[in-house]
Design a protein around this ligand. Structure first.
Ligand code: SAH
Ligand code: SF4
Length: 389
């Protein structure tokens, strides 16, 4: 489909996708329909995957003709689709204003996770993350967030919503571009639509939201959505973490760990995931592992060790395989689950932290110089502390 299809750029009709159930019903009532039509149309959009009113065969012809001038059921447009040698699929999706974001599907044997973006770019500038080099353009709307999942389902033909648990697109991770807790309202509206039983019906236990640590929003995320929480931790001490993740200066580890300890619904059966990207010489020594174990005391959690995925212009390197193994071993011995994530879709830049669209903030060269200087500062700070451990 061309990126300027009739349902996106030129269309001024209201998109029904992305409206909460109440808002969808209200929109239909406004054009003179009875409230129960809301339920019917919802079913067509989110259970059946309809994209045209003509497909909604239990609505009368007259009614369909009446809806047509007011509303559309629009998805983001696929500007590019790539499939990795390991079957990971990445879509570059274009929205009505021409902005773009990426979504990824990571298939397992008979299930898989759709990785969804929450913003175009990201305001944060984590040093190891490709998205962090991009200028934030804007938050994604609920329609654009739900729409990413719907496009993925279109691509695998998984409509209507399978009624049993057997489905390829079984899980969702809010781990694409952007910081979801800096766009909480829209993410929450989108996830509530996605979780509704009579629609897309991906349950809260199958959804994981990852945050770099926006402490004030973490509690709401658990309370209002009840989804699994993943924290991009990446360092056990404030000095190192503040260098590689500047947000740590605003919300330091003490506050972040407190928010985790108090996360609604976290228990031994539902653990918080700490993501930890393995950066050579920066956060990967046995002393870092020991400090990490101390840090997460009393938090029901597991780790996810992510080998650093390189991208063009990054000054960082991935830790050696033996170093990562040893790190995992230390965590295992302390009683933690700590799988080493196998990178997926690296060949199409679809792996964690490789997503990026659009313009640079700093030139690649400027960034390289800055990042390696900062890395030296972090290493020196750690060396001092390690000596005292
Ligand atoms: N902004 C949110 C959601 C993005 S999730 C967050 O930061 O949590 C993407 C995950 O991949 C995060 O854990 C992020 O820290 C990690 N990541 C970023 N760049 C990476 C890279 N180059 N290699 C491996 N993981 C990376
Ligand atoms: Fe943004 Fe997350 Fe990347 Fe940090 S890791 S720059 S918060 S997308």
């Amino acid at each position: 489909m061309p990126p300027d299809s009739a349902h996106t750029v030129q269309d001024t009709r209201t998109n029904l996708v992305g409206l909460s159930r109440e808002a969808l019903t209200a929109a239909l009532v406004e054009v003179g329909e009875k409230p129960f039509r809301g339920k019917q149309v919802w079913h067509w959009i989110y259970h059946r995957g309809a994209t045209e009113f003509a497909q909604m065969t239990d609505l009368s012809k007259d009614l369909r003709a009446k809806l047509e001038p007011h509303f559309v059921v629009a998805r983001p447009v696929i500007a590019r689709e790539q499939t990795s040698v390991d079957r990971t699929r990445k879509w570059l999706m274009q929205f009505a204003d021409g902005q773009k974001a990426e979504a990824v599907f990571i298939p397992e044997e008979d299930r898989g996770a759709v990785c969804i973006s929450s913003q175009v770019g990201c305001t944060l500038t984590c040093r190891f993350c490709h998205t962090g080099t991009q200028r934030l353009v804007r938050n994604l709307t609920p329609a654009e967030i739900v729409g990413q999942f719907m496009v993925a389902r279109d691509s695998y033909g998984e409509w209507p919503t399978p009624t049993d648990e057997r489905r390829m697109l079984s899980n969702i991770v809010m781990m694409g571009m952007g910081e979801p807790l800096y766009n909480f309202e829209n993410v929450a509206t989108a996830l509530k639509i996605i979780m509704a039983d009579d629609g897309i019906a991906v349950g809260k236990r199958r959804i994981t939201l990852s945050t770099s640590g926006v402490v004030p929003e973490i509690h709401r995320c658990g309370e209002e959505l009840g989804v699994n929480l993943a924290i991009s931790l990446h360092a056990p001490d404030d000095d190192t973490r503040s260098v590689i993740m500047p947000i740590n200066k605003k919300y330091p580890l003490k506050d972040l760990m407190k928010a985790c300890r108090e996360y609604p619904g976290a228990s031994n059966a539902r653990r918080i995931t700490f993501e930890y990207v393995m950066l050579k010489g920066l956060n990967d020594t046995p002393a870092h592992a020991r400090a990490l174990i101390k840090l997460v005391k009393n938090i029901p959690c597991k780790f996810n060790l992510i080998p650093f995925n390189p991208w063009p212009g990054t000054p960082y390197e991935c830790s050696d395989a033996e170093t990562i193994e040893a790190f995992a071993q230390t965590l295992w011995e302390a009683g933690f689950t700590a799988p080493i994530r196998t990178p997926r879709g690296r060949d199409i830049l679809a792996a964690c932290g490789q997503l990026k669209t659009d313009s640079e903030r700093l030139s690649a060269k400027e960034k390289r110089v800055r990042d390696s200087q900062e890395a030296e500062v972090a290493k020196a700070a750690w060396a001092e502390k390690e000596a005292a451990l």
